[in-house]
Design a protein around this ligand. Structure first.
Ligand code: ADP
Length: 192
C-alpha cells in the first residue's frame, strides 16, 4: 500500500492536485471536506451539525472527521493506497490516523506540503468562490479565519511528520502541471 497525505493551507491546490494524482497512482481520494459537503447535501444530522462549523471557518470536531475516515478505510479494504486531502488537520487527527492505519498493518509513506503564500491563497479562494457554490469561499472574513485556524491548529501537524522524517515541502505556486510534476517526482522517489 502507498499512503500519501497532501498537506497545505486552504486554497493551496490540494483538491486539484489530488484529482490528478489519484488518476496516475490509482489511489483512493479521501477528502474530509468533500465527505462533509456530501453529508450537507444529503441533509444528514452529521452534515447539518458540521455545516455550522464550516460556515464560520472553524474545524469540525475531531471525532466526527476521524469517524468518517475510519469508515472510508473500512469501505476500501482492497485499495492500492489512499491519498488524504484536508486530513489530518489537528495533531489529534494525525495520531488517530496513525492508529487507524496501524490496526490495518499500514502507515503513512509520505506527506507532501504545498507551499503557497497567504495573499495568493485568499485570492485563489475568492476566485474559486465565484463558481464553487461554497458559501465559505465567498466571504473574505471566513477565508482569513480558515487561514488563522490553519496556522494555530493545522501547521503543528507538520511537526508530527517531520519527527518521523515523512515530511517534504513542494512549491505550490506555478502552473498546475508544474506543481503536478514536482509532486510526482517526490512520490516516485519514495516509491523506489
Ligand atoms: P479548504 O482546504 O479550502 O478549507 P476543505 O474542503 O478541505 O477546504 O474544508 C472545508 C471546511 O470543512 C473546513 O474549513 C472545515 O470546517 C471542514 N473540514 C474539512 N476537513 C476537516 C478536518 N480534517 N477536520 C476538521 N474540519 C474539517
Amino acid at each position: 500500500m502507498f499512503n500519501l497525505i497532501l498537506f497545505g493551507p486552504p486554497g493551496s491546490g490540494k483538491g486539484t492536485q489530488a484529482e490528478k494524482l489519484v488518476g496516475k497512482y490509482k489511489l483512493i481520494h479521501l477528502s474530509t471536506g468533500n465527505l462533509l459537503r456530501e453529508e450537507i447535501s444529503k441533509k444528514t444530522p452529521l452534515g447539518l451539525e458540521a455545516k455550522k462549523f464550516m460556515d464560520k471557518g472553524q474545524l469540525v470536531p475531531d471525532e466526527v472527521v476521524i469517524g468518517m475516515i475510519d469508515s472510508s478505510l473500512e469501505h476500501h479494504k482492497n485499495a492500492a493506497g489512499f491519498l488524504f486531502d484536508g486530513f489530518p488537520r489537528t495533531v489529534a487527527q494525525a495520531k488517530a490516523l496513525d492508529k487507524l492505519l496501524e490496526l490495518r498493518k499500514n502507515s503513512i509513506n509520505t506527506v507532501l506540503a504545498l507551499e503557497v503564500g497567504d495573499e495568493e491563497v485568499v485570492k485563489r479562494i475568492l476566485d474559486r468562490g465565484k463558481t464553487s457554490g461554497r458559501s465559505d469561499d465567498t466571504n473574505e472574513e471566513v477565508i482569513r479565519k480558515r487561514l488563522s485556524v490553519y496556522k494555530d491548529e493545522t501547521a503543528p501537524v507538520a511537526e508530527h511528520y517531520i519527527k518521523s522524517k515523512k515530511f517534504q515541502s513542494v512549491k505550490g505556486e506555478g502552473s498546475i502541471d508544474e506543481i503536478f510534476f514536482s509532486l510526482c517526482e517526490a512520490i516516485d522517489k519514495k516509491k523506489k
